[in-house]
Design a protein around this ligand. Structure first.
Ligand SMILES: Cc1cc2nc3c(=O)[nH]c(=O)nc-3n(C[C@H](O)[C@H](O)[C@H](O)COP(=O)(O)O)c2cc1C
Length: 184
C-alpha cells in the first residue's frame, strides 16, 4: 500500500451528534484521513460536552465548525463546503439531530451542514432502545430514508445504560468500509 496524500480522495463531511457514541466519531475521522480523505467536522453545542473539538482537530488538521454562523478563514460560509464533499456522514445520529434534519431545521452546525449534503449521505443512529422504538423517531428515520439517506445500524448490543438492546451505533470500521465502497 503506497503513502496516501491528505485530500487526494476528496473530502468527507462529518456531522457529529451528542451521545454516548460521540467519541467513536474521532476514530472514524482518523481512519478516513489515513485513507487519504480530507475530513471536515461540524459539532453542535451538546456534542461539545461529550468530546472536545481539539480531539477532531488533532486527527483532521482543520478547525472544527461549531456554529451555524461560522465562516471559513477565506470568507466562505462554512456549511456550503459540506456540499463540496464526496459524502456526508451523521454520527452518532441522535434522535434530536435526525429530527432536525428530517424536518429541514438548521439551527446548529451539524444540522445546517446536513441540509447541504451531497448525493452520498449516510446516517448512523445511536440511542437507547426505548428512544429507538419511539414512533416519532421511527417516522424521522423513514423520512430520511425516503429523502435518499442511507442508514447504517443501529445494531443490538451493549448500550450506554449498561444493558443489551437495539440502539448501539455501528462501529467506525463498518462506517469506513461503507464510505470506501461508495467513494473508491
Ligand atoms: C450521557 C448522555 C448520553 C446520551 N446519549 C444519547 C444517545 O446515544 N442518543 C441520543 O439520541 N441522545 C442521547 N442523549 C441526549 C442528547 O445528548 C440530547 O438530545 C442532545 O440535545 C442532542 O444534541 P444533538 O442534536 O447535537 O445531537 C444523551 C444524553 C446524555 C446526558
Amino acid at each position: 500500500m503506497g503513502t496516501k496524500t491528505i485530500g487526494e480522495r476528496g473530502q468527507i463531511q462529518l456531522c457529529i451528534g451528542a451521545g454516548a457514541a460521540t467519541f467513536k466519531a474521532v476514530a472514524l475521522a482518523s481512519k478516513l484521513r489515513q485513507e487519504g480523505f480530507a475530513v471536515r467536522v461540524a459539532m453542535g453545542r451538546a456534542a461539545l460536552e461529550f468530546v472536545q473539538p481539539l480531539s477532531f482537530e488533532a486527527v483532521c488538521g482543520v478547525p472544527v465548525v461549531t456554529s451555524s454562523t461560522s465562516m471559513d478563514a477565506d470568507g466562505y460560509a462554512s456549511h456550503l463546503r459540506a456540499g463540496e464533499s464526496r459524502a456526508l456522514v451523521i454520527l452518532p445520529a441522535t434522535a434530536d439531530l435526525m429530527g432536525k434534519v428530517a424536518h429541514g431545521l438548521a439551527d446548529d452546525a451539524p444540522s445546517l451542514a446536513a441540509l447541504c449534503a451531497p448525493d452520498i449521505k449516510l446516517f448512523c443512529p445511536a440511542m437507547n432502545n426505548h428512544m429507538w422504538a419511539n414512533s416519532f423517531v421511527q417516522e424521522n428515520v423513514l423520512r430520511l430514508e425516503k429523502a435518499g439517506w442511507e442508514r447504517l445500524g443501529p445494531v443490538e448490543g451493549m448500550l450506554g445504560e449498561g444493558y443489551e438492546g437495539v440502539g448501539r451505533m455501528v462501529e467506525p470500521e463498518a462506517i469506513l468500509a461503507q464510505v470506501l465502497a461508495l467513494c473508491p
